[in-house]
Design a protein around this ligand. Structure first.
Ligand code: CP
Length: 343
């Protein structure tokens, strides 16, 4: 017999979705956010459970996914680094299959991208990628939502110029790919050694060919910000790159630091974005982080709304809702049995 359940889909990479689907996720998020702002978050995931696997620390992602599940009527299990068997003492495929028997979704923040793809290959429930060494797709859906909420007057999404200054991080990869897929105009400015690799550029250029967007990669930060509607930066180094700090600092400082001089070179409506956590005074100064046109905390809040949208988009269609008659029948049967044990 054919299952009536919708096809299983994972959220591993925005490249797996076309423009229409990405905009559907954002529109769903906007609807849920509007409901939330009136204290009416729909309980779309009543009784559902999400296993959240973390191999790295997190503030925004961990809290937003957990609160999102609670507010949608479900439950999230925080499985902190080292807490479960994950490729050690148990294969990733066995872990994925076990979690699929107990939970309605799996979230994973992993060191290696292949860990998430391997979990997804064997899972029978949706797997959501919460950041890997390659990308950060939930972050950038949130970022596009935030840009839409701060659209410059008279511009559409497809008119936007988004400039990312700094290292070719996992956030850069996802932001470059989602912006070009949606038809936006994306610029990456970094010293040559830290620019987006050729493979990412070729995917972004293919996105542009289909969407009408554009991609520019440059080592000139001043030229990169001149048309920017949104100026985005991220950390210059991450955990495990401590030995490279002097070399990286010398490469990026001072030209690629987002300070008042660079921000003042952008149009007067340009908004500043950062996925956080930030090293204040390194990739961006306090003056820019706390500037009236900084929207970093709108971005952070939108992580919560976006996780709700994504969880609802991927998990809600697969939940089976028994009829009231069936629930009453089974409740009665079990209660009759319990009464028979204690007459
Ligand atoms: N932006 C982001 O993913 O933050 P966390 O590392 O705190 O989750």
């Amino acid at each position: 017999m054919e299952s009536s359940q919708p096809k299983l889909r994972h959220f591993i990479d925005t490249q797996d979705f076309d423009k229409r689907e990405l905009l559907e996720m954002i529109e769903l998020t906007r609807l849920i956010k509007a409901a939330d702002k009136q204290g009416c978050t729909p309980r779309l995931l009543e009784g559902a459970s999400l296993a959240m696997i973390f191999e790295e620390p997190s503030t925004r992602t961990r809290v937003s996914f957990e609160v999102a599940m609670t507010e949608l009527g479900g439950h999230a299990l925080y499985l902190k680094p080292g807490e479960i068997h994950l490729g050690v003492r148990e294969s990733l495929s066995d872990t994925a299959r076990v979690l699929s028997r107990m939970c309605d979704g799996i979230f994973a923040r992993t060191l290696k991208h292949t860990t998430v793809t391997e979990l997804a290959r064997h899972a029978k429930v949706p797997v959501l990628n919460g950041l890997t060494d390659y990308n950060h797709p939930t972050q950038v859906v949130c970022d596009v939502l935030t840009m839409l909420e701060h659209l410059p007057a008279g511009k559409r999404l497809e008119d936007l110029n988004v400039t990312f200054i700094g290292d070719a991080t996992n956030v850069l990869s996802s932001l470059m790919l989602v912006c070009t897929r949606l038809g936006m105009h994306f610029t990456h400015a970094a010293p040559h050694k830290y620019q987006a690799p050729d493979e990412w550029r070729s995917w972004a250029l293919e996105n542009c060919r289909i969407s009408g967007g554009s991609l520019t990669v440059t080592d000139d930060p001043l030229a990169a910000v001149r048309q920017a509607d949104f100026l985005y930066t991220d950390l210059w180094w991450w955990v495990g790159q401590e030995e490279q700090i002097p070399e990286r600092r010398a490469a990026f400082m001072p030209g690629f630091q987002v300070n008042e001089t660079l921000f003042d070179s952008a149009p007067s409506h340009c908004k500043f974005m950062h996925c956080l956590p930030a090293s204040r005074g390194v990739e961006a100064t306090d003056e820019v982080m706390d500037h009236p046109r900084s929207i970093i905390f709108d971005q952070s809040e939108n992580r919560l709304h976006t996780e709700k949208g994504l969880l609802a988009y991927f998990i809600h269609p697969r939940l089976e809702r028994p009829s009231m008659e069936l629930m009453t029948f089974h409740q009665g049967r079990v209660e009759d049995f319990l009464h028979s044990l204690n007459p």
